[in-house]
Write a protein that binds this ligand. Sequence first.
Ligand SMILES: CSCCC(=O)C(=O)COP(=O)(O)O
Length: 317
Amino acid sequence: MSSPLPPVSQVGLRLQGLLRSRLPGCASSQLRRRRSLKAAAGISVPRPRQRLDGRRLRAAPASAASPPQLSSIQSVVLDIEGTTSPISFVTDVLFPYARDNVRKHLEATYGTDETGDDIALLRAQVEQDLAEGLAGAVPVPPEEAGKDAVIDALVANVEAMIKADRKITSLKQLQGHIWRTGFEGQEIKGVVFDDVPPALEKWHASGIKTYIYSSGSREAQRLIFGNTTYGDLRKYLCGFFDTTVGTKREPRSYYEIWQSVGVDRPSQILFLTDVYQEATAAKAAGVEVLISIRPGNTPLPENHGFQTITTFAEILT
Ligand SMILES: CSCCC(=O)C(=O)COP(=O)(O)O
């Protein structure tokens, strides 16, 4: 499963000589085949946009100390918090919204299948936390104790989980459902850095497939990218991965993503993250990694050994 990365000096940001006959975005080879069949039958097929040529793919000279090469990248996988979006958007907007609305959400949706699933996942997590003696875990009484007692206990657990910034599926799934109300009511807008939309658009146009891998649930990811201050960016994205594929600090998760993305080698995937442990896990799985340095991010360990970027514009021009 692992394939060693080239030395940092050889890893770079120039996406040169990328797939010569790519269709824009997420089009599969099956779609490519359908296009050529239709073309052969004389049916008019919209032409994919011209691939980027070498000149347009040159790395931005200003920010890259030594112009880098990532000549075989076919897919880009993006972390959200600290990479596509400011950490403050997550910690100062999303998390408080979930904390402030968890009780209201549970009260309004108690008895629905969706919330029943959310509660079952939370119960299982709390039982595990209690068995491990985790601080902040509160027993959740059985349903017979009544809706109010169950909700009181759930709210206490969820508040503790949010405070501890736990990246667990049970919390993330519920948060996504709470955020949905905020996005639908336009109380929340997805925030991405200015350089993200143009990069997504250019990668899409050049046939590079871009995916999101976040601890936030896939539904939450779709809400964020579907409702950004730049509009709906989902048209540039080919898929979403969350903790159901595994946690972001385990190499196995990146192996699973590689299998789903479907490229020949993990080294054809570029993962961008701000978290050193995630970068290390991805690298161990043979995936190429760049670390994102954004305002407000946690400083990296000294001698971390990864190449860094401060804007996606360093990966394209
Ligand atoms: C779907 S975005 C919400 C972000 C979130 O809940 C989170 O914990 C951030 O995780 P990431 O893996 O994007 O750093």
